[in-house]
Design a protein around this ligand. Structure first.
Ligand code: LUZ
Ligand code: MOS
Length: 754
């Protein structure tokens, strides 16, 4: 089945916040944010701005009736600044006016006097000064000190991976309405409707039952709207509640880029020890996460870095620590992979460094250490149904790795102007929210008396295709065509207390709840059919709108069955609740079984570097991916390709830059380069691993949203290998993104030493 939204997307009919028909009297919001990264607020003068014709009210922290607090994990983030400013772009006041243009004029009239304080922009500096948003975490397995004593080779190194801008096509935004009895309805572009509801209630000082949050769909989220859609929705709600008017606030791109957090930059160091047989004996790493000015999701993201610090390798002695360092940048946040990619970049760098020292290709070390069944992760989970070697071997065979590797060598021996590089990138990604209590979901299904079906879940459609997969569940269970099924918007009054759509787990969690509700209805309807047809339940099924006996259609249609059930006063509605079984994690020991399962895969990347210009082309990325039993290969392939593009962007070209005062320099698409069609590999080939899937995945169709992003890490190392082929004096550096500027410098670094 095609993505159910593709038709309306193509015709421009899909609705986003900015497309909603605004009601008469709608007012427009705009944030006035800090133009300094760290300061004391001495005076906030809004008099002139508020006097401007068309300005209705300017809200500051003192207008908040409840708590001026939106921090999710840790309450350390005011909605509107009070006495201090902690990052450039921090919201200080919320202007509400009759038009966006008036609000913008008013913003220029607000006068803020500040006293500058010292600014920290890097994790290293924050670490040295002891500035953190939360306590460090350490995962340990075995005894690294002891293991290092017996290693034949020990290598140390440092790495840096930069942040990444989400660049969802739809910027952040919300539309808030005042309803009777003081109820507030917010339509929000959020991955987490319940988080928005909770924060609105807290800031307004009302119960969550007074707040309804509705989500139609998102024009992309990528993690950027897991936590950071909240502030704007809360501000719009605050204004709607106070003014009894509808209030709309959609950020323009500049404001969005400046005010929102991004993927966390990481400064890391590693120590790795191997024996002559290339088996990794010990691995230590320290991760300095640049958390920004408030915790946001940083503690959870830090944790996932540790979970993925050994990627798809079995290492028996591990000691990894992460520090969440407090800087004066916008609070960094969830981004596809959620700290996992940052962790995996470090172990891959460590392996590449060892390979350089031993003068062997990195794949020999990777291959010698791949994870197998019954290996133990550093966090105590025992690896089962491991597909690391299967995807690796399948990639090597299907894509003729050995002959391609030789061909690259041969090419390089004959060409000087262009050098090629090849690399292999295995992945292993844990599926489940690492915070066990978040792994639950609910669904609500109504069969209407004419036989049509409407359903709701807590899943948010953000382009990933979850609504299509959910619709498939209903189609399969009831044997109905898609036209018979309507999926409702995600709404907190229909499905409550939801976890955000995140962690690649949305289809698994919500789909399993939906399947359960549909199955309960199916059983009930089988009873009705069995009585009316005089056929045992066990012989019944639904197909093509008919009740079937032993798979052959009977005279009884779905519509007549539903009408009969209705007249017999059988309930045609059902809700269900799903929680992931078995998972747990004990933070006091940092051990447990946090993931339902893992997703595996292997990518082979080939690049060609222009050794005069430093530019490069990614010739191909060929992947064997572990989809399980994919329930929709069109959608899943789209996820793999999209994630790969995003991973390549992060590793090779997307360069976030702040100046030393904490001002974002890469503040537009002219200064922040994201991959376009020309940056994409000329060939992308994705092969499906033949496997059994996993019973904890929806219909054994494994989660697919985040894992393939990490294939992009392979291109970093392929480019390095090409540089090395040109300049044998080059020493590998781990400083992502590997932009053409950096490539050019590397091609000639130490090259002409006498
Ligand atoms: N969000 C979250 C996530 O709250 N917890 C997670 O474990 C997670 N993992 C990946 C992406 N988002
Ligand atoms: Mo996410 S990084 O799954 O919101």
């Amino acid at each position: 089945m095609k993505n159910r939204d593709s038709y309306s997307h193509l015709r421009g009919e899909s609705l986003y916040i900015d497309d909603l028909n605004t009601q008469q009297g709608t007012l427009y919001g705009l944030v006035c944010d800090a133009q300094i990264a760290h300061a004391k607020i001495l005076d906030l003068d809004i008099v002139k701005a508020e006097a401007l014709a068309g300005v209705v009210k300017i809200f500051t922290h003192s207008d908040v009736p409840g708590k001026n607090q939106i921090g999710g994990i840790i309450p350390d983030e005011p909605l509107l600044a009070e006495t201090d400013i902690h990052f450039w772009g921090q919201p200080i006041a919320f202007i509400v006016a009759k038009s966006e243009a008036i609000a913008k004029k008013a913003r220029a009239l607000i006068n803020i006097k500040t006293e500058a304080l010292p600014v920290i922009t890097t994790a290293i500096e924050a670490f040295e000064k002891g500035e953190f948003v939360c306590a460090p975490r350490t995962f340990k397995l075995g005894d690294t000190s002891k293991a290092f004593k017996n290693c034949d080779y020990i290598i140390k190194g440092n790495t840096f991976s930069n942040g990444q801008e989400h660049l969802y096509l739809e910027t952040q935004g919300a539309y808030a309405e005042y309803h009777e009895n003081g109820k507030i309805k917010v339509t929000s572009s959020t991955q987490g409707p319940t988080q928005v509801q909770k924060a609105v209630a807290k800031v307004l000082g009302v119960g969550m039952h007074q707040v309804e949050v509705d989500v139609i769909r998102l024009g992309g989220g990528f993690g950027g709207k897991e936590d950071q859609a909240t502030a704007w929705a809360v501000m719009a709600a605050l204004a709607a509640k106070t003014l009894h008017k509808p209030v709309k606030y959609v950020l323009n791109r500049h404001d969005d880029l400046r005010m929102t957090g991004k993927r966390h930059p990481y400064d890391s160091s590693f120590k790795i020890g191997l024996n002559k047989d290339l088996k990794i004996q010990a691995f230590e790493a320290t991760f300095l996460q640049n958390s920004g000015a408030a915790a946001d999701l940083s503690p959870a993201i830090a944790e996932r870095t540790l979970f993925h610090a050994t990627n798809a390798y079995n290492i028996k002695n591990v000691n990894t620590t992460v520090h969440s360092c407090k800087t004066n940048l916008p609070p960094n946040t969830a981004f596809r992979g959620f700290g996992g990619p940052q962790g995996m970049f470090v172990i891959e760098s460590a392996i590449a460094k060892v390979a350089e020292k031993l003068n062997i290709p990195a794949f020999k070390i990777q291959e010698a250490n791949l994870l197998q069944d019954n290996d133990v992760f550093s966090y105590g989970q025992i690896a089962m149904q491991v597909e690391a070697k299967n995807t690796w071997q399948s990639a090597i065979n299907s894509f003729n790795f050995e002959s391609n590797f030789k061909a690259v060598k041969k090419f390089n021996s004959k060409n000087n102007g262009v050098k090629k590089g090849i690399s292999i990138m295995p992945i292993c990604f844990g599926i489940s929210f690492t915070n066990t209590p978040m792994n639950h979901a609910r669904a609500l299904v109504h069969i209407y008396q004419d036989g049509s079906v409407g359903f709701s879940t807590g899943a948010v459609e953000m382009g990933q295709g979850v609504n299509t997969k959910l619709q498939q569940i209903v189609m399969y269970t009831f044997g109905l065509a898609k036209e018979k099924i309507h999926i409702e918007s995600t709404n907190t009054t229909r499905v409550a207390n939801t976890s955000p759509s995140a962690a690649s787990a949305t289809a698994d969690l919500n789909g399993k709840a939906l399947l359960k509700a549909c199955k309960a209805l199916k059983e009930r309807l089988f009873n009705v059919a069995s009585k009316n047809l005089n056929i045992p339940d066990s012989e019944l099924s639904f197909k093509d709108g008919k009740v079937c006996q032993n798979s052959k259609p009977t005279h009884l249609s779905w519509e007549v069955l539903i009408e009969t059930a209705f007249l017999e006063r059988v309930s045609l509605s059902e809700k269900a609740h799903h929680t992931t079984p078995k998972i747990y994690f004990d933070k006091s020991k940092e051990k447990g079984h946090p993931f339902a399962y893992h997703v595996y895969g292997t990518a082979i990347s080939t690049v060609a570097v222009d050794c005069i210009r430093g530019t490069y082309e990614i010739e191909s990325v060929k992947i064997v991916h572990d989809f399980g039993k994919s329930m929709n290969l069109n959608i899943d392939m789209g996820q793999v390709e999209g994630a790969l593009a995003q991973g390549i962007g992060w590793m090779t070209m997307e360069e976030i830059a702040y100046d030393k005062n904490g001002r974002l320099l890469s503040n537009a698409l002219s200064t922040y380069k994201i991959p376009d069609i020309y940056a994409m590999p000329k060939i992308i080939e994705v092969k499906v691993l033949e496997s059994d899937g996993h019973k904890m995945a929806l219909l054994k169709s494994k989660a697919v949203g985040e894992p393939p992003l990490m294939y992009g890490i392979g291109t970093y190392f392929a480019i390095q290998n090409a540089i090395k082929a040109f300049n044998n004096n080059y020493e590998l550096k781990f400083d992502a993104p590997l932009t053409p500027e950096k490539v050019l410098k590397s091609l000639y670094s130490n090259a002409f030493k006498l």
